[in-house]
Design a protein around this ligand. Structure first.
Ligand code: MG
Ligand code: MG
Length: 322
């Protein structure tokens, strides 16, 4: 039988307890950080370069060791995780609400802290806010993955909300820096997927959301030719993540698969880690990766996930709503 997320042990569980839902929320945030730290080592490398660099280790990059073009410490994360943490803090300060001005101020403060890396569209959007006070950028052709990589705190704070509410909140944070139909569509789909998974949905929800998405945007179909060396274009990112997620049956296999495709590997790793963490739960995260993660980052992700989720409808629902 072909290995697939549908043959995995991530069974649908509509009657998860609040504690089990919280464990999925924590799994998502730690998964994001793990994927970022794991993928950053091979960011901008091709699959062939990764295989060559790991030729004495079976040709696969599988450990959190730092390095990469950013010369990271082992366990250090990049903008994907630190922007999500900045957004999460802003949501917590607003008692679970997603407010555009609070998001913009949080991103501005994050950039003033001299992050280890920053995407061009993110920088432009934050400077636009700094210079004009506007909390959203005009629509553009720029479909980078920067708004998608940091969307998790919205999904956790609103898990179990209606799709309309999730979409509206997802776009509030996204449009501080990104305003493009493809970026918007992927951000909304990711937030809806995480919300459903945290509420107890099984892997089928990923395929359902993906099918709706590709009806509107056929370029987001992910079946077919493997997306190798994915760029920062949100279509590449999404396709690589979905291929890795659907064609594997556990958290570790999914992350190893996606980061070894190279390209924007910290971001594909982060987004795949977020979805796989929400699907398989905190207990599925390999201990060696948790131990390797920067301890302060690990603590912040765990703590934020719990506090954000406490605001969510799913934290108090007696039965999960998909
Ligand atoms: Mg990054
Ligand atoms: Mg990246």
């Amino acid at each position: 039988m072909t290995v697939s997320v549908l043959s995995s042990e991530a069974a649908p569980a509509a009657d998860l307890t609040a504690g089990q839902r919280q464990a999925r929320a924590v799994g998502a945030f730690l998964g994001l950080a793990i994927g970022d730290a794991l993928g950053a080592t091979v960011e901008f490398m091709t699959p062939a370069e990764i295989a060559h660099a790991n030729r004495r280790r079976g040709g696969r990059h599988t450990e959190i060791v730092g390095g990469g073009w950013l010369r990271l410490r082992a366990g250090q994360v990049t903008d994907d995780t630190t922007m999500a943490l900045a957004l999460g803090e802003a949501i917590l300060e607003a008692h679970g609400r997603i407010e555009a001005s609070a998001c913009a101020r949080a991103f501005d403060g994050w950039m003033r802290g001299r992050p280890v890396d920053i995407g061009n569209t993110v920088r432009r959007g934050i400077l636009h806010f700094r210079n004009t006070g506007a909390v959203h950028v005009p629509e553009s052709q720029d479909a980078g993955n920067g708004a998608a990589m940091r969307c998790l705190p919205v999904a956790l704070a609103l898990a179990g909300s209606t799709p309309a509410r999730l979409d509206a909140a997802a776009l509030v944070q996204a449009r501080v820096t990104h305003h493009n139909p493809l970026s918007d569509a992927v951000v909304c789909a990711l937030v809806r997927m995480v919300s459903a998974l945290v509420c107890g949905a099984g892997p089928e929800v990923l395929l359902k959301e993906a099918a709706s998405l590709s009806e509107v945007h056929p370029e987001l179909r992910f079946r077919g030719r493997q997306c190798l060396n994915p760029s920062g274009y949100v279509v590449d990112t999404y396709r690589a993540v979905m291929q890795a997620l659907v064609d594997t049956a556990d958290f570790e296999a999914c992350l190893v698969e996606v980061v070894n495709r190279g390209g924007d590997a910290d971001t594909t790793g982060a987004i795949a880690g977020m979805l796989a963490g929400a699907l398989y739960g905190e207990s599925a995260l390999p201990e060696r990766w948790l131990v390797a993660l920067d301890p302060a980052v690990r603590a912040s992700c765990e703590s934020q996930a719990r506090r954000l989720f406490a605001h969510a409808p799913a934290a108090t629902l007696s039965r999960a709503r998909h």
